[in-house]
Design a protein around this ligand. Sequence first.
Ligand SMILES: [Zn+2]
Length: 62
Amino acid sequence: MNKNAQTETDTTNVNPGDQGEPGTPGVGENICPECKGKGRIGLTSCPTCGGTGVVLEGIGGA
Ligand SMILES: [Zn+2]
């Protein structure tokens, strides 16, 4: 029996548009395709990049 009843969740702060965790080898920052690097869409923070304007994408061909 698992005494930790919580579902295992990712504690790292990764945005929906990120394809890898920050600091992961083979993952690089890229201009967010949704907001074109502006970090927001209209008046709303871009949900894809979390308002950073960049997303993390795998560059190692994974
Ligand atoms: Zn964005």
